[in-house]
Design a protein around this ligand. Structure first.
Ligand code: TXA
Ligand code: MG
Length: 333
């Protein structure tokens, strides 16, 4: 049986639950974020499982804690539009939506600004970023204390419903996060609406707390409805735009053919004269997940026809890594 990570929680004790967050608590929470730890916090929609979006290993810990069998792109939470514009490129329609609905439960997908510090794993290798400014004093105070953009999916285990109270978060993830900041029950209890504003033809990717009609009023046009991907109900419309390398992938490789690049894992590597990137020399799946997308891109950029990929164990985050590799290796039309 592949292990989804449920029986292998990260080495954490039960989370500290902060019931009346004061300045000292936020300062401690900010330090934890900068140290790569996970902090759960309330937003106006649902509780978020937050990590430093610029730290790939911290982001990999989000997927490990949720026990997700797949990498899906995460929302990046920022405090201001100026910060959002440092990370992503906003078209005029995207700016109009931001001006009308931020802070608030609207997530806007925009192009990643080249050279942004956001970890590749946050957007699962895509060239886009999902951004939002949460309308909640606790979320804002955490952003101010952390001084980092926060990657945060809903704070529930994979397959469970989104958490709308600190008690729900504690029951689901209490042994997998460093801290849970209690802000009481969330106002909307429903996730943010996600729109793709990478072109003028704005698309509704996920219905949520802001209605499509409200968005259409502000943008003055109809939203394109993207059919939900039946394979991944939580990430509608994502499959076709997922990053795929140009090179072919050869999985479970134990040798390297001439002309191939090697995506390695572990300490014992097959001989090769070609380019090599090791996902984790000491076989750490969290480190491997953090490096996966940038490693694929770097090897792809070498212009090789094929990337030979060493076997990755199917345990913990290995399941999501293998899922991603298998889909990248599938024949393309
Ligand atoms: O209300 C919310 O949005 C909550 C709170 C914590 O902010 N967060 C949340 O995150 O629901 P999550 O990870 O459960 O959902 C993120 C959604 C998914 O549907 C994902 O596919 C989409 O946003 N998404 C993220 N990045 C994307 C991208 N670059 N392109 C398209 N869709 C993206
Ligand atoms: Mg979710």
């Amino acid at each position: 049986m592949p292990n989804t990570g449920d029986s292998k929680p990260p080495a954490h004790n039960e989370a500290a639950v902060i019931r009346t967050p004061d300045a000292a608590a936020f300062s401690a929470a900010g330090q934890k974020i900068r140290a790569g730890e996970l902090v759960a916090f309330p937003t106006e929609t649902v509780y978020g499982l937050g990590a430093d979006a610029t730290d790939g290993t911290a982001v990999a810990r989000i997927f490990a804690a949720k026990g997700r069998p797949r990498f899906n792109p995460l929302i990046v939470h920022v405090a201001t539009l100026a910060e959002a514009e440092k990370l992503g490129i906003f078209s005029p329609p995207a700016l109009r939506l931001a001006a009308a609905f931020w802070p608030g439960p609207l997530t806007i997908v925009v192009e990643r600004r080249p050279g942004t510090a956001i970890a590749d794993l946050v957007s699962a290798g895509l060239n886009t970023l999902a951004l939002r400014i949460p309308d909640h004093p606790v979320a804002q105070a955490l952003l101010a204390a952390a001084q980092r953009p926060l990657a945060a999916p809903s704070a529930n285990r994979s397959g469970h419903v989104s958490a709308t109270s600190a008690q729900h978060v504690a029951a689901d993830l209490g042994d997998r996060v460093s801290m849970i900041i209690d802000g009481g029950p969330t106002r909307h209890g429903l996730e943010s609406t996600v729109v793709d504003a990478t072109s003028d033809d704005i698309a509704l990717l996920r219905p949520g707390a802001i209605t499509a009609e409200a968005l259409e009023r502000v943008s003055g046009r109809f939203l394109r409805r993207v059919r939900a991907d039946p394979d991944a109900p939580s990430s509608p419309g994502q499959l076709e735009s997922h990053y795929a390398p140009t090179a072919a992938l050869r999985l479970n490789a134990r040798t390297v053919e001439p002309g191939e690049a090697l995506l390695a894992f572990g300490s014992v590597l097959p001989a090769t004269a070609g380019p090599v990137i090791n996902l984790s020399a000491h076989g750490d799946l969290v480190e491997a997940a953090a490096r996966l997308f940038s490693a694929l891109r770097s090897l792809d950029a070498k212009g090789v026809k094929t990337i030979a990929v060493m076997p990755i164990p199917f345990e913990g985050l290995g399941e999501a890594i293998n899922d991603r590799l298998t889909r990248a290796a599938a024949p393309r039309g």
